[in-house]
Design a protein around this ligand. Structure first.
Ligand code: SAM
Length: 265
């Protein structure tokens, strides 16, 4: 067998106890539709196949995708897609069924991008259990006004309840990564946690607020070319938010207040 590819973030799980804990966290019930991103050498897949009613595997390593296709060619419950999770038409692949559970030990180099892709299809999902680099997981559950709080915290927190299940040390993988990992559980909310008005504007405000961490919120927003005819200072005043604060001190509610005001709702 060829060695693991660093370029594809291939750190394979070799600890059966961790495999069991991840699958248990997903609380599968018979008939569940499961998407596994990056099945790799099948550490999780072997368990999933026994418990899921339907299994969709998306793997970018052609050799590994071919091996899974061969292994499951007579199992109609399994679909193998040889493709890039960032490029495939995920909505089309998940169409016709809702309540998908996503389970993955994600390639760390693209994990944040994958999270944003999954955010786009959240309506098709019932939950996700994802292994991430611990730092990325920390950012997702960070409170305002701490170094880890950032764009992903706010944008993902708008649509998901997120909690950390457990930490996984490097020794549980081959090859060993340099950092700790964390298994995180995401449950999509039936509607946004707060009303934000135009969500595209909300995203622009959030991104602008974090763009220059050393500058004040007012300064950051002034650089963002937002549609504010009466000016940023007036906008902040209308929202009751002090423009001398740093962007990272704003709560989700405060970001939502700004984007609602900008959206005119
Ligand atoms: N699930 C296996 C495990 O736990 O041992 C493998 C996990 S490994 C961290 C990440 C897997 O994602 C690898 O199999 C890798 O080939 C695959 N992968 C990397 N980039 C991908 C992409 N863009 N789309 C789909 N799969 C990808």
């Amino acid at each position: 067998m060829r060695g693991p590819l660093k370029s594809l973030g291939q750190n394979f799980l070799v600890d059966q106890n961790i495999v069991d804990r991840i699958v248990r966290s997903a609380a599968l019930v018979p008939g569940d539709a499961v998407l596994e991103i990056g099945p790799g050498r099948g550490a999780l897949t072997e368990q999933l196949i026994r418990q899921a009613g339907r299994l969709l595997l998306i793997e970018y390593d052609h050799a590994l995708a071919a091996a899974h296709s061969e292994l499951y060619r007579e199992n109609p419950a399994v679909t193998v897609v040889d493709g890039d999770i960032l490029a495939v038409d995920l909505s089309a692949l998940l169409a016709g069924q809702s309540g998908w559970k996503v389970i993955a030990n994600l390639p760390y180099n693209i994990s944040t991008q994958v999270l944003f892709r999954l955010l786009e299809v959240r309506e098709r999902l019932s939950q996700m259990v994802l292994m991430l680099q611990k730092e990325v997981g920390d950012r997702l559950v960070a409170p305002p006004d701490c170094g880890d709080y950032g764009i992903t915290t706010v944008l993902l927190g708008l649509w998901f309840d997120i909690r950390r299940e457990f930490i996984v040390p490097p020794g549980c993988f081959h090859p060993r990564p340099k950092v700790d990992s964390a298994v995180m559980r995401f449950v999509p909310l039936p509607q946004a946690r707060v009303e934000v008005g135009d969500e595209a504007l909300f995203r622009r405000v959030v991104k602008a607020a974090f763009a220059m961490r050393r500058k004040t919120l007012a300064n950051c927003l002034k650089h963002a070319d937002l549609p504010v005819p009466e000016g940023i200072d007036r906008l902040l005043e209308q929202c009751g938010i002090d423009g001398r604060r740093r962007g990272e001190t704003l709560s989700l509610d405060e970001f939502a207040r700004l984007s609602r005001q900008l959206s005119g709702v």
